[in-house]
Design a protein around this ligand. Structure first.
Ligand code: APR
Ligand code: ZN
Ligand code: ZN
Length: 361
């Protein structure tokens, strides 16, 4: 039996999204049908709408989601109807070289539901990041569902599905931030702020937030920044060095994705420190650095893909820490909105007014 539900669809490049009735099939082998309770609005959704990812319109947007499993297909054993789950866009295969070497977060053999969701006229939809959760129900691969403690609010839980996990993971998984470390985070949007929260969780002694927007620096303080630098007013490399006894930070996390901030990250770290790149640049962007600096400063330049997370390990752990009051995730939810307010949320996101708008169903 197919299900007809309301969903947010991007029909064509650059046009505002619309609320449509879509058809969601019952789960086939290895698939799960999830009743969505909350889904955060991410830049990537807007990016899909603008045609910046690919041209497979129409897109079913939304990918930072939590909900309840309604039914599962043949062979699904990890989740069952009634389970409260957070969705992820990196269901790993368990069999490729990366998985077999014990680094499943590098798996690129990821999978989504095989069956297609459609518009009423039968037009196939492309679910954003293989999820499509600005919808009352969506169809995903069972491996995209991770069970977590159901006492958490769905709006908070869903955030782990993308940006917040990317930031926390950049600090704790990729950057290996440890007790007593100094950390600088360049760019304090949802991702950078999550890197700040992750650094606090990891026991960093000094957390320096760098942004050009004073509003963002205020929220960063709330999430654990011990110092703030407005890089419109002050050279951030100098400021970070000054705040770290002249050395630079042990770990610098770049969460903007631009050449100038990549460069700042490179020079704001201590010799032999680590730079974690989590901001995503565009294909045209280039960075020129003196090779002697690349060689001479030692240390590591690491990019962080979805926070190098392993959903089955990281999602339940972070939700538990949140429920224990040790990880503030509430601050990331700036506002909750209805399904028909996504377009307005894009606008607010574009103006930097929100960390996250979250659709609650
Ligand atoms: N220097 C410092 N901060 C900057 C600069 C700059 N030159 N330019 C922009 N910023 C700040 C913005 O003020 C904002 O607070 O960077 C932040 C970016 O945050 P968001 O736009 O909310 O984006 P976010 O969702 O946090 O994602 C950041 O990480 O995963 C990637 O694709 C994502 O590239 C994006 C980045
Ligand atoms: Zn794999
Ligand atoms: Zn996202």
């Amino acid at each position: 039996m197919a299900h007809q539900v309301r969903a947010v669809v991007a029909r064509e490049k650059g046009s505002p999204v619309s609320l449509e009735t879509i058809v969601v099939p019952d789960p086939g082998p290895g698939e799960a049908l999830v009743r969505i309770q909350a889904c955060g609005v991410c830049h990537t959704d807007l990016h899909y709408r603008e045609g910046g990812i690919n041209d497979d319109f129409p897109f079913l947007l939304g990918h930072e989601a939590a909900g309840v499993v309604e039914s599962v297909g043949e062979g699904v054993t990890d989740v069952a109807p009634g389970d409260f789950v957070v969705l992820n866009w990196r269901a790993v295969c368990g069999q490729c070289r990366a998985c077999l070497r014990g680094r499943p977060w590098y798996c690129f053999n990821t999978h989504n539901a095989k069956q297609k969701m459609t518009l009423l006229d039968g037009t196939e939809l492309s679910p954003a990041l293989g999820i499509g959760a600005f919808a009352e129900k969506t169809l995903v691969a069972a491996g995209q569902c991770t069970k977590v403690d159901p006492s958490v609010s769905p709006a908070v839980a869903g955030l782990l599905g993308c940006g917040v996990m990317a930031g926390i993971g950049a600090a704790i998984n990729t950057g290996n931030v440890g007790r007593g470390d100094s950390v600088a985070v360049i760019g304090c949007g949802g991702v950078g702020d999550a890197a700040i929260a992750g650094s606090r969780l990891a026991g960093a002694a000094k957390i320096i937030a760098v942004d050009i927007d004073p509003r963002k620096l205020e929220t960063a303080k709330k999430l654990g920044a011990t110092h703030t630098v407005n890089s419109k007013e002050t050279d951030p490399v100098e400021a970070v060095r000054e705040l770290t006894g002249g050395f630079g930070a042990d770990v610098v996390i770049e969460a903007v994705g631009r050449p100038e901030t990549y460069k700042q990250a490179f020079y704001a770290r201590d010799l032999a420190g680590t730079v974690v790149l989590v901001g995503v640049p565009t294909p045209e962007m280039k960075l020129e650095l003196p090779l002697l600096d690349v060689f001479g400063r030692g240390g590591a330049l690491k990019s962080s893909w979805y926070g190098d997370c392993l959903p089955s390990r990281d999602f339940p752990m972070l939700i538990d820490l949140h429920l224990q009051g040790r990880l503030d995730l509430d601050t990331f939810v700036t506002e909750t909105i209805a399904l028909d307010e996504v377009e307005k949320a894009f606008e607010r996101m574009h103006h930097g007014d929100v960390l996250r708008s979250v659709v609650v169903l």
